[in-house]
Structure formats: C-alpha cells, structure tokens
Write a new protein. Structure first.
Length: 208
C-alpha cells in the first residue's frame, strides 16, 4: 500500500481532481448549456467505480474531460452513445477474449493519434473560456495563460505534480499583479478615462 500510494496514488490526485472532476464539470457546462453537473456527484461516482472495480481486479477508473471532448467532437450528444459503446466493448470482449490483444497490437497508432488530436482541438477551444470571470477580458487572458503554463509543464516534463506546481505559481503571479499592480483603468491611455471623456471635439460622441 505504501509503495503504491507514494509511487502512483499521490501523483495521480491532482490529475484526477483537475481532469476528471473540475475540468469535466466545466466542459459539460460549456458543451451543454443549462446543464449544471455537480462536482460532488462526479467525485462520488469515481470513488464508487474504483471501490467496486478493485475487488474485480480492474484498472483504476475515472471520467476524464478528454473522453467527453472526443465523444462530443465525433457526434455524441446523449448518454445513449456511452451505453452503445459499453455494450460493444462487452460483446467484443466476451466473444474474442484474450485473442483480441493480438488484433489490438496491429491497430494503427496514426489513426489513434488523429483521434486524440481532434479531441485536443475540442478541449483547446473550450479552454479559452475556462474562467470564472467571462466578462473580464483581462482576467480571461490571465486564466488562459495559467492553463497554457500548466499544460506546457505537464507535457514538457511528463510530470503531473510539476505541471500542477507551475500552474499554481503562474496563478499566484497574476494574483499578486491584480492585488498590488495597476488597475485596468490605470492602464488606459492618457486622456482616455474609459467613458468617452478623452474623445476629441467633433467625434461621434461629442457632437456639440
């Protein structure tokens, strides 16, 4: 237990929380307006799947925002697509058994790469709006930079924990700038207070 927790479980915690819970809920809200998934419910279902699966010798389970993005990109819109996918997997596994492993070894990795690339595009488009301040353009850009820093560190160093720390550091830098740096109004050009006071006479606003 100690070896498994320190070598695998501890590093998996931030990845599971961010990708399988937080990012999944945010992606579901963006793809399906009006639907508000509960992160508590998502966490409970992940824990339930793993508690039951461990007694059956299964691999660890999680939901994952990448899977949702890929399924949505290729046309899935309801839960029926997941039921169909699960039924096909069970049927193929029961019929072919271990002999299916030889077939999967010949599966073209380039085809899988294209599917993952398309799913990453869907996630990237959603990531631009991944913010709690959609009406603040400056805050939206800062949040997107934090996301890019996290992804770059995670992919570049192949380390989930390091990516998490880099993202937290980037977020802390922007928090300090917002707290102690110049405000948005102070960043406007001289003579432009943001309310049209700096417009020249004869403009569309000042027609006196």
């Amino acid at each position: 237990f100690r070896t498994g927790f320190l070598s695998a479980g501890l590093g998996q915690l931030p990845l599971t929380l961010l990708n399988s819970v937080v990012a999944l809920a945010a992606l579901a809200r963006d793809l399906f307006p009006g639907y508000d998934p509960s992160m508590t419910h998502i966490s409970v279902t992940i824990g339930g799947m793993n508690l039951v699966g461990c007694f059956l010798g299964s691999m660890p389970f999680c939901h994952g925002s990448g899977g949702l993005a890929g399924q949505y990109f290729f046309g899935a819109r309801t839960e029926l697509s997941l039921y169909f996918l699960g039924a096909v997997k069970i049927a193929v596994g029961v019929v072919f058994g271990e002999s299916l492993l030889a077939v999967l070894r010949w599966f073209p990795s380039s085809f899988l790469g294209v599917m993952l690339f398309m799913a990453s595009i869907e996630l990237g488009l959603v990531a631009r709006n991944f913010t709690q301040h959609p009406h603040d353009e400056r805050r939206r850009r800062q949040d997107f930079v934090v996301l890019l820093c996290t992804a770059a560190a995670l992919v570049g160093f192949s380390h989930d924990g390091l990516g998490f720390l880099v993202g937290m550091a980037a977020g802390l830098v922007f928090w300090v700038l917002r707290r102690y740096g110049p405000s948005s109004s102070q960043l406007l050009p001289i003579g432009d207070s943001g309310d049209g006071a700096g417009l020249k006479p004869g403009s569309a606003v000042d027609d006196r």
